[in-house]
Structures are given as C-alpha cells and as structure tokens.
Design a binder for this molecule. Structure first.
Ligand SMILES: O=C(O)CCC(=O)C(=O)O
Ligand SMILES: [Fe+2]
Length: 260
C-alpha cells in the first residue's frame, strides 16, 4: 500500500487546485468550522487590547493589521518567538496533515499577519517578496471578498527566459474567498503574479466565467441568488508564512562571541 501511495504520488491538495492559473493556487472551502472562526475572531480582537504594542492593531490607510510574533527587522529578519496558541491550534495542526509547508525551509509557518478590511477597504496589487518561502496560506474570517490576480507588469516580455508564460492562463482573474476558507499560494503563483483587493462596497458580476475558483466554492448559490453580487462586510484574514531568516534571542545576544 505504501508503495502504491508513493508510485501514484498521492497529494491531498490536488482536488483543491484552482484551474487555469499558474502553479499553484489551492482553495479549500470550510477549512475551519464556524465555532473555530468565532473563537479566533474573538481572540484576535480581545487579546490585542492587552498585548505588547507590536501585536496591537496598527491602522493603515485602508485596513488594520496585527503582526505575530512581531514585525521583521529592516533586514527582513524574524526574531524567533512562538506564535500565540489561538493561531496555532487548530490551523497549523491542520496544515501539517495536508503538508502545506512541507517543502519550505522550516517546514512550518513562523509568522502571521492579521489583516482586517471593513466594507470599502482593500490592498493595492503587490507581491509578498523574497523575505518568505514561496508559500502563503490565507485563512479568511467573517465575510467574503475577491482577491484580484494580475500578471507582473514585465512578465510577458520575459516569458522566454522566465517560464511559465502567463499568457496560457486566464489572467487577470479573481479568487473569491469565503469565510472559513483556506487559500494556498505557492511557486509561480507566488513569484510571478500580483494580488490585491479592490477598495469597493460590492463585488459584482460573480459567475463561473469570472471567478477562477467558482467550482471549489462552498456556497456558490449564495452569490447566484444575489444576482452575482457580494455585499462586502468586515473580513479578517490570517496570512501564514515561513520567514527565511530567523535570529534566536540567544544568537542575537551571544552571536558575536563564537565567531573569532
Ligand atoms: O488579506 C488578504 O487576503 C491578502 C493580504 C496580503 O496580501 C498581505 O498581507 O500581503
Ligand atoms: Fe500579500
């Protein structure tokens, strides 16, 4: 049996791959339960009242943000510290079962951003960059919205030297993120594309033709019945990453001593 599993290369994520996009986005509906969602939202809000300043909400122009365990240094180094347990259990435990971070440097996430978007808020198209391994796992809470996926401006030009070309894919497009879902962005999807969230009150014209993960949605009929519209409400996202450069507190204090 083990040999069979090896030779068939069974991958538990395979059924969740979003089609017609560069390798690889995965969308898993109902990754957490409604009870788990409520508990995490309550803790993210309540605990931020008492945490040290680095972990409180920071208000940016179009969203609020918490960073766990802390912000990276200007050289993109993470000072090692455990993640709060409400961000580990059950989510990171489930990541291990399906192997989300199995190919990254530390084989597990060590950093989480909590972003909160009120109705009408968003984030400019951007890439997450090279401070992290090329895997980001996003758990959505509270409400649905669309993530807009677009090519990097110079991608077409370099398509010969920089495969895969995005022209064979349906881009730009949108990924609709429902509450309690997990979106995994890896490899070329991480490195060669931009993602952003339009600062609008309603996502419109939602259909199998305009939403890349339509056939993976938990409740497509909700959007169908609303005439292809999604009224935005407050949505919170947890983005889990593996920061490549980590400095432990001990190596920061004693790091110079052993090097002579
Ligand atoms: O909220 C999201 O789903 C995206 C957040 C994001 O792109 C980021 O924090 O880099
Ligand atoms: Fe991002």
């Amino acid at each position: 049996m083990a040999e069979f599993a090896l030779s068939t290369g069974y991958d538990p994520l395979r059924p969740f791959r979003i089609p017609n996009l560069p390798p690889t986005f995965y969308y898993i509906p109902n990754f957490i339960t409604a009870e788990e969602e409520a508990s995490i939202l309550q803790k993210a809000w309540y605990k931020s009242l008492f945490y040290i300043p680095a972990q409180r909400w920071v208000t940016l122009s179009h969203r609020r943000l918490q960073t766990h365990p802390s912000r990276l240094t200007p050289n993109n180094i993470l000072l090692a510290a455990p993640l709060p347990s409400y961000l580990v259990n059950p989510i990171v435990e489930r990541f291990k079962i399906i192997g989300v971070f199995k190919n990254t440097l530390h084989k597990m996430p060590n950093h989480v951003l909590i972003n909160e978007y009120k109705r009408g808020e968003g984030i400019m198209p951007h890439e997450d960059g090279s401070a992290y391994a090329d895997v980001v796992a996003t758990v959505s809470l509270g409400a649905s919205l669309c993530l807009e996926i677009s090519p990097k401006p110079d991608n077409e030009e370099h398509s010969n030297t920089h495969p895969p070309s995005t022209s064979q894919y349906t881009i730009p497009t949108r990924i609709l993120q429902e509450p309690r879902s997990l979106l995994i962005t890896t490899g070329s999807a991480y490195k060669d594309l931009l993602h952003g969230i339009a600062p609008i009150d309603v996502d419109e014209n939602l259909s199998p033709d305009t939403v890349a993960n339509w056939h993976l949605l938990a409740e497509p009929y909700v959007f169908e019945q609303a005439g292809g519209r999604n009224e935005r409400a407050t949505r919170v996202s947890l983005t889990y990453r593996d920061v490549l450069k980590v400095s432990s507190a001990a190596s920061k204090v004693f790091g110079g001593l052993g090097k002579r």
